[in-house]
Design a binder for this molecule. Structure first.
Ligand SMILES: [Fe+2]
Length: 332
């Protein structure tokens, strides 16, 4: 018991050191500190004080590649997107708004689909070197997402590969990248960069601007800033993982506040269930009290063998089946 209390105290101290957003050093998963690092991931994903967001460092994506992606994304915005955005602002009269705008985000975006079938070659205006860099970046993010899903399996006590299999459907996962710029906004109190939402899909890996902040998440009824950190990848959990884990991992409400100065870059990659995948609560995550706020109407569950089991009407309050909503694979 003494040892256990000491462990808990040490973990509390680590949480304090981490602050609100724990930084996970992925390199430590390969050495002697693997056990301690897994505990930190477990803490970060299960404890409400961090609300499931964490930042990864030493994640294996080369810094040179991240630098190239950032530079080319900003160049592409200047060359191909900025004028279009300004015209949209002028046509809607957004420079002079007097009341809150609720049907529009102050963002300029485009979306790249990588899986099940890439549409990269169909996206207009992408320079060849930018297309190539984004393809390489997406390949590394895909690998990292699958690695993270397996780490979550390990921490949940599920067999390796379970989550990847659960996301597979008939054609494999849906994986894509939303490339966004949030230009300077004259009235950020009236127009959000991106209105508050949870991500509908699986796991989201975000490469965000290291100088211009703006991402916030809702914690205990208050919006808190996600601080920019160079070369980090911010991890967010989507609704589908919340359902599979019965709310043990939570999909957190977040938003982007546009800034009056500076252009914020955001490259969010969504590793989501395939369009015909049906997502079920895993029995291992079953608790007496349902924690998930994303309950469906039908009550079924399955274990790692993939067979569905009807749990009976009396289990309705404890379990949930979540069918993929039609907008689950829309970029947020
Ligand atoms: Fe989002």
């Amino acid at each position: 018991m003494v040892g256990k209390h000491k462990d808990l105290r040490e973990r509390e101290r680590e949480r304090e050191r981490d602050g609100v957003f724990p930084v996970i050093d992925m390199e430590k998963l390969n050495g002697e500190e693997r056990g301690a690092t897994m505990e930190r991931i477990k803490d970060a994903t299960e404890c409400s004080f961090v609300e499931n967001n964490q930042m990864l460092m030493n994640h294996g994506i080369p810094h040179e590649l991240m630098d190239s992606v950032e530079r080319m994304t900003k160049e592409h915005y200047k060359k191909c997107m900025e004028q279009r955005f300004k015209e949209m602002v002028a046509s809607r009269g957004l420079e002079a708004v007097q009341s809150e705008i609720n049907d529009l985000d102050w963002e300029s975006t485009f979306f790249l689909r990588h899986l099940p079938v890439s549409d990269m070659s169909d996206i207009p205006d992408l320079e060849e070197d930018y297309r190539k860099a984004m393809k390489e970046f997406a390949g590394k993010i895909e690998k990292l997402a699958e690695e993270l899903l397996d780490l979550l399996c390990e921490n949940l006590g599920l067999e390796k590969g379970y989550l990847k299999k659960a996301f597979y459907g008939s054609k494999g996962p849906t994986f894509g990248t939303k490339v966004s710029n949030y230009p300077p906004c004259p009235r950020p109190e009236l127009i959000k960069g991106l209105r508050a939402h949870t991500d509908a899909g699986g796991i989201i890996l975000l490469f965000q601007d290291d100088k211009v902040s703006g991402l916030q998440l809702l914690k205990d009824g208050k919006w808190i800033d996600v601080p920019p950190m160079k070369y980090s990848i911010v991890i967010n959990i989507g609704d589908q993982l919340e359902v599979i884990t019965n709310g043990k991992y939570k999909s957190v409400m977040h938003r982007v506040i546009a800034q009056t100065d500076g252009n914020r870059m955001s490259i969010a990659s969504f590793y989501n269930p395939g369009s015909d995948a049906i997502i079920y609560l895993h029995l291992h995550c079953w608790r007496k009290k349902i924690n998930s706020s994303k309950q469906g109407a039908t009550v079924r569950s399955h274990e790692g063998d993939g067979k569905c089991r009807q749990l009976g009407p009396d289990c309705h309050s404890m379990t949930a089946l979540w069918k993929l909503p039609t907008d689950a694979n829309k970029p947020d």
